[in-house]
Design a protein around this ligand. Structure first.
Ligand code: ADP
Length: 358
């Protein structure tokens, strides 16, 4: 069935789901848009604060009803409560304990790669770092959580959706020795904007926990730029071994990077250090080096913040071209100087974290 037809079928299926207080879910004002892609169906149910438990059975029934008409698509139903008004806050003694960060089965360590803003090469660094760790003998996966600009499929040359097994578990793509799953393969080009916070975080949870990672030493998570819902949700859901922040040397990118660092630090995520990407330009014809962006800014910012500086990656055509061709430079030219720059960063992280090794 076409996606629009499936959306209508879901809506009719939801008409059979009763909600607390009477009525059905299809007519309920708190039901979000129903997003249907060729691989997934997602929607959110917003409820009044305190009503989450009461709506639990409706959510379960909605999931089951939707699966009936999903034709193999992955179904993600999220339940979300608006923040309780201050007067409704419970006294501290009876407040529920904070959400437990639960490790993901089959993954020993999770490393997040973030940036203050888009376009600084965060995904490029994520993929090449993941490959550099794999070259060190680690079993590595990559999860593309960059909802607003998922680029891991392009970088790794992935095509189509990850397969969904009979039991509803994703089988990740495999490319250049990495296991890879992208939130991008669940979305079509224009859908990111309509994935509101709860849907995005629920997609993240499912990608993390309902993927057959097959035993990893390290999962690299490519975060969206900035400090939004995905970051917060990841930090709340799983214990992170640390975060690497990517910035270009320019002041503006660095100011944004500092905000991202600040947010992660406040949530007690260890910042493993800063990477300066597009640090200097190497002319392809003469090999001459130009500091077009005022090279060194990230190093200075790292020092000012008392953070390790992990290394610098030059701005070189080969990095862009190999990325666009789905053959990242660490895999396609492992002996070259670009790969060496990424491997040096992985090596310095491993020197600080020998426990990442198998
Ligand atoms: P982000 O994830 O921060 O949005 P990307 O990794 O998608 O950024 O990179 C943005 C663009 O810059 C891509 O076209 C990529 O190929 C290019 N790029 C990233 N790093 C480099 C580099 N060191 N040298 C040349 N091009 C780069």
């Amino acid at each position: 069935m076409a996606n629009e037809t499936v959306s209508a079928a879901v809506k009719s299926a939801l008409a059979g789901v009763e909600i607390p207080g009477g009525g059905n879910l299809a007519d309920y004002g708190g039901l979000s848009d129903i997003i249907v892609t060729s691989g997934a169906i997602a929607f959110a149910i917003s409820v009044a604060p305190g009503m989450e438990a009461a709506f639990g059975p409706a959510r379960t029934a909605a999931q089951a009803a939707t699966e009936q008409v999903a034709e193999g698509r992955k179904v993600m139903v999220s339940l979300t409560a608006d923040r309780a008004p201050p007067s409704a806050a419970k006294p501290a003694a009876t407040r529920p304990p904070p959400v437990q960060r639960e490790p993901v089965k089959g993954i020993r360590h999770i490393l997040a790669v973030g940036s203050g803003k888009g376009g600084v090469g965060k995904s490029t660094v994520s993929v090449n770092l993941a490959l550099a760790f794999a070259a060190e003998g680690l079993k590595v996966g990559i999860l593309d959580a960059d909802l607003y600009g998922p680029s891991i499929p392009r970088l790794l040359g992935l095509e189509g959706q990850p397969a969904v097994r009979e039991d509803g578990i994703f089988s990740p793509h495999e490319a250049h020795g990495l296991k890879a799953v992208s939130i991008g393969s669940m979305l079509t080009a224009n859908q990111a904007v309509v994935w509101r916070g709860p849907m995005a975080t629920s997609a993240l949870r499912q990608l993390l926990r309902e993927t057959d990672w097959g035993g990893l030493d390290l999962l690299v998570v490519d975060l969206p730029p900035g400090t939004g819902d995905i970051q917060i949700s990841l930090v709340q859901q799983v214990p992170l071994a640390g975060a690497v922040i990517v910035s270009t040397p320019q002041d503006l990118a660095l100011i944004d990077a500092c905000k991202a660092i600040d947010m992660l630090a406040r949530t007690n995520v260890p910042i493993l250090g800063l990477v300066e990407n597009m640090s200097y330009f190497i002319a392809p014809d003469t090999g001459a080096r130009y500091d077009i962006f005022g090279h060194g800014g990230a190093k200075a910012a790292a020092a000012a913040q008392n953070l390790p500086f992990l290394g610098e990656i030059p701005l070189v055509m080969s990095i862009r071209e190999t990325s666009d061709a789905g053959k990242p430079v660490v895999a396609s030219n492992p002996g070259g100087p670009e790969a060496a720059a990424f491997r040096a960063i992985a090596a310095s992280i491993l020197a600080e974290h020998p426990d990442f090794r198998p």
